[in-house]
Ligand binder design. Structure first.
Ligand code: MN
Length: 485
């Protein structure tokens, strides 16, 4: 897609790469047996290893490594059978060891790809540079006391996957689509819950700009720790505009770390960017290099579920859906499963429409996920059947649907109870038609004078008389016959 910033000196292209820290779903931490539950009382999930007591040794949790390999396979990436944990040295109050155990020269996962789905139904591939495994730091709490800062080490040592994209992203919308897709894949895999508000997925954004048509990359600034898809998109827009302003006023963009302030809608400088050599990386002497076998990786590869891209292709081929509808339905595994239950043995396009248009609206309004939907797939399927076999009109089906959403009821029972069954009896419809014509001689004369569109107006009259229950097709046919008499 084309996204350009129109500056005073011409058009500017935006170049973006994203680094995502994704928290691994695991009951225990990367190098200790302490628990990882979100929202626990501060410092209740801290082992001596996490608190960096002298002499404590890290023990690798193989399950976290399996999760990271699973993610790598899901990103169609190269899995490195040999990788190394290194110490990344820096001081911070929430990092008691004075270093983070991470991977640097030999990451667990190499190059891969994420296919993003854009609004117009098209797709684009964004390259993955690497995925490495590392431990999280603790958290400084600045809001508990007016004059003191506290440290909570519950998060210290929790396993993270740092997923680094290539600088392939060219628009805020593409960044949003990338994050949504990455999250979708990890949720399918069960490797990260992707919950950005709880911090289990955090995003650093590398942004640079260049005159449209220029090939070389210019200096980038990094916007740290943005915690929602919407803010990521806003931050890219604001930061790119800022950089264009710097260049156009004759300045130079400097490599630095910035923060996005959503309230002010601007990024601001936090610190000058540190370089890799500032961290004095070296292999952690407490940990052996990590070795995997082809067999282990194959076993994980075999255990993968059908992922969103494959599911999307299948939905297009099997159900005849548009690429856009298919991508919307497969974004969450639960939604895809729900749709397939509704569509089984029925008009799949109708099923897709009901789910995307009507069901999503209800769930949005009620603030519910699909798992808590008051309308079960079986009930929605039955509603579609009632339209298909002419028991109710499409118009009344919407009313039945609203009742189902409020009561969780069975559509068959609702139609019965409220007397909403469609009138298909010729005689009954004819009687209503005759009544409508007799009451409106003026409009009937207009039809005779050749004004065809008055038929639609008469359909409305007949529907009023039958409380919306007459079969619209039959009404149309009988009306035309009777008006012509
Ligand atoms: Mn990191």
């Amino acid at each position: 897609m084309t996204y350009l910033i129109h500056g005073e000196t011409g058009d500017w292209e935006v170049v973006v790469g994203l680094e995502v820290h994704a928290q691994v779903i695991s009951c225990a931490k990367l190098f200790s047996g302490a628990a990882t539950d979100f929202g626990a009382e501060p410092n209740t999930q801290v082992s001596l290893v996490d608190a960096a007591f002298p002499g404590m040794l890290p023990v690798l949790n193989r399950y976290c490594i399996e999760q990271a390999v699973r993610t790598g396979v899901g990103l169609a990436a190269k899995i490195n059978l040999y990788s190394v944990f290194e110490r990344k040295n820096y001081f911070y109050p929430d990092l008691p060891a004075g270093y983070q155990i991470s991977q640097y020269q030999h990451p667990l996962v190499g190059e891969g790809v994420v296919t993003i789905d854009l609004k117009d139904g098209s797709t684009r591939e964004i390259g993955i540079e690497r995925l490495h495994v590392e431990q999280d730091a603790g958290k400084s709490l600045h809001d508990q006391d007016p004059s003191r800062t506290f440290v909570d080490l519950n998060r210290s040592g929790v396993a993270l996957m740092e997923i680094v994209s290539k600088p392939d992203i060219r628009a805020p919308e593409e960044a949003g689509a990338y994050l949504r897709k990455l999250r979708s894949i990890m949720r399918y895999l069960g490797t990260c819950d992707g919950n950005m508000e709880q911090g289990s997925m955090r995003c650093d954004i590398n942004v640079s700009v260049r005159p449209a048509g220029e090939n070389a990359l210019r200096t980038r600034a990094e916007v740290k720790n943005v915690n929602s898809v919407r803010y990521v998109m806003q931050a890219i827009e604001r930061e790119a505009e800022r950089q264009v302003g710097v260049y156009e006023s004759g300045g130079q963009v400097v490599q630095e770390t910035r923060l996005y302030d959503p309230g002010k809608g601007e990024t601001r400088s936090m610190r000058s960017k540190e370089f890799a050599h500032d961290y004095r990386y070296f292999p952690d002497p407490d940990l052996l290099p990590l070795r995997l076998t082809e067999a282990e990786v194959d076993r994980i590869r075999q255990s993968l579920p059908e992922l969103p891209d494959d599911k999307k292709e299948r939905f297009i081929a099997e159900y005849g859906l548009s690429p856009y509808d298919a991508s919307v339905l497969v974004a969450e595994r639960e939604t895809a499963d729900y749709f397939e239950q509704v569509a089984a043995g029925r008009d799949a396009k109708a099923a897709a429409n009901w789910v995307i248009t009507n069901l999503f609206a209800v769930l949005n309004r009620k603030g519910l996920g699909i798992a808590e939907s008051p309308i079960t797939p079986a009930h929605l399927g039955r509603l579609i059947d009632l339209i298909g076999n002419n028991t109710i009109s499409g118009r009344l089906a919407k009313d039945v649907f609203d009742i189902m959403a409020d009561t969780g009821g069975d559509p068959v029972a609702i139609v019965e109870e409220k007397g909403l069954k469609q009138i298909t009896d010729e005689g009954a419809i004819e009687a209503a038609v005759v009544q409508a014509i007799a009451a409106n001689p003026g409009q009937a004369a207009q039809f005779k004078a050749g004004q065809d569109k008055v038929v639609g107006w008469f359909v409305g009259q007949v529907m009023k008389l039958t409380k919306g229950k007459a079969n619209p097709q039959q009404v149309n046919e009988i009306l035309r016959r009777k008006l012509a008499e």
